[in-house]
Design a protein around this ligand. Structure first.
Ligand code: HEM
Length: 409
């Protein structure tokens, strides 16, 4: 099975025939049943997160030297930290992502979505660059209080970094990707060194976190906190538009949120995640040696028929959809789950309101991002169809009123 390209049929075969299985090519132990994936995530003493950010294609020495020269390092901070420093660092970041702060971003997400929808000109458009690409990055930076980032540079740095750490790569490609990854890390270190005030960088400084740890933490957070949501948005458009009349029902109470949840269950953007065995142990009757690297098939767990009836059906009414493990489980559960869910829900609903006749331009499968732990459509080619004149008129009216300074009532 190709770990960078596999599909649902491969995952089903694994779950049925080899739920804990060593992949010869990579040496990774694949864990595909829901109960086993959850058990591993719930037991951080036996299964450490230390390998979460390790490059899957070992980085050759000359490329490592390039990274080291720029001071690049990823010490244990959040996702890859099984030590006692994890909890305080997690608390520090969590302060920026409380339910109250996330809910307060709702109007801003609506505004950013509408700005992008206003700019769409049909009949055909790719919603990935036009809508999904930069919006999550802007939202993340704003909620973290960071206001001086070139968003295009951030996107280039982060897509290069994802590929460098999770791609199936040649040494030439690794060399090319190391440049932007190092540049991002260097930029972060400089920015953190001079940070004051109450943005995330300033808070890390004020808490006495070393520049090395803070840069490692921010490197992961500023990538994970927005690339994944871009991927979710692309997946959710495909999920909804491929399934019957769902597009026309997104204004029903809860419908957009349920569609986001079904997408996370069936097509999670983070489709696998890693752990390392801290001691000899056993899983589903299979002996796992100390030091074994496990690949938890989060996508496989979301389609396990032991937990989800008719798992291949995209069914927003599914009562237990939120049981999926797309955001992980246990002490490392995703800190941005609420924000990602909100962005998915708002963007989906606003787009359907504006373009009720929107449909996929083709029934062909889109090109997919094929990294070890990230899987999502790279394009969302749609035909816009007729827009809702009322919705568009409403937005324009508000803009005119706002710009003209006309008071309330
Ligand atoms: C659809 C979008 C997203 C998906 C699918 C996703 C998925 C995940 C997964 C699978 C983990 C590992 C959990 C574990 O080891 O148990 C994780 C961790 C994490 N995520 Fe997300 N994530 C998303 C969005 C975000 C956003 C928007 C942010 C920040 C605003 C974020 C911040 C983090 C952080 C900080 C961690 C590490 C937590 C820790 O180790 O304590 N993620 N995420």
């Amino acid at each position: 099975m190709d770990l960078f390209q596999h599909g649902h049929a491969d995952l089903r075969a694994l779950r049925e025939n080899a739920p804990v299985h060593r992949d010869e090519r990579t040496g990774l132990w694949l864990v595909s049943r829901y109960a086993n994936v959850r058990a591993v995530l719930a037991d951080p003493k036996t299964f450490h997160p230390d390998n979460a950010l390790t490059a899957i294609t070992p980085i050759p020495r000359p490329v490592l030297r390039t990274l080291a020269r720029s001071g690049f390092s990823l010490p244990p901070t959040l996702a890859n930290n099984g030590t006692p420093t994890h909890a305080p660092l997690r608390r520090l970041v969590a302060r920026y992502l409380t339910p109250v702060r996330v809910a307060a971003m709702s109007d801003r997400i609506v505004e950013l979505t509408r700005e992008r929808l206003d700019r769409l000109t049909g009949p055909r458009v790719d919603l990935h660059p036009a809508l999904a690409r930069d919006l999550p990055a802007i939202v993340l930076l704003e909620i973290m209080g960071i206001d001086d980032v070139d968003v295009d540079a951030l996107k280039a740095w982060s897509t290069a970094s994802l590929e460098l750490f999770w791609g199936d790569l040649t040494p030439d490609r690794q060399r090319a990707l190391a440049g932007p990854a190092a540049e991002f890390h260097r930029w972060l270190s400089q920015r953190i060194r001079s940070a004051r005030g109450d943005d995330l960088f300033g808070a890390l400084n004020a808490a006495g976190v070393s520049v090395r740890d803070a840069a490692g933490l921010c490197y992961f957070l500023l990538i994970a906190g927005q690339e994944t949501t871009t991927q979710l948005l692309c997946a959710v458009f495909h999920g909804v538009l491929r399934h019957g009349d769902l597009w026309s029902r997104l204004d029903e109470p809860g419908m957009a949120a349920h569609c986001v949840e079904e997408t996370l269950r069936r097509e999670p953007p983070v489709n696998t995640w890693r752990r390392v065995a801290a001691r000899d142990t056993e899983l589903a009757g299979v002996r796992i040696p100390q030091g074994a690297h496990l690949l938890l098939m989060l996508a496989g767990s979301g389609s396990d028929p032991e937990v989800f009836d008719e798992p291949e059906r995209f069914c927003p009414a599914r009562p237990n959809a939120r049981k999926h493990l797309a955001f992980g489980f246990g002490p490392h559960f995703c800190l941005g789950a609420g924000l990602a869910r909100l962005e998915g829900e708002v963007v989906l609903r606003e787009t359907a309101r504006r373009f009720p006749g929107l449909r996929l331009a083709s029934t062909a499968s889109p090109p997919m991002l094929g990294l070890l732990s990230f899987r999502a459509p790279l394009s969302v080619d749609v035909v816009l169809g007729d827009e809702d004149q009322l919705a568009r008129g409403g937005t324009r009216f508000q803009q005119v009123v706002g710009a003209g300074g006309v008071g309330q009532g």
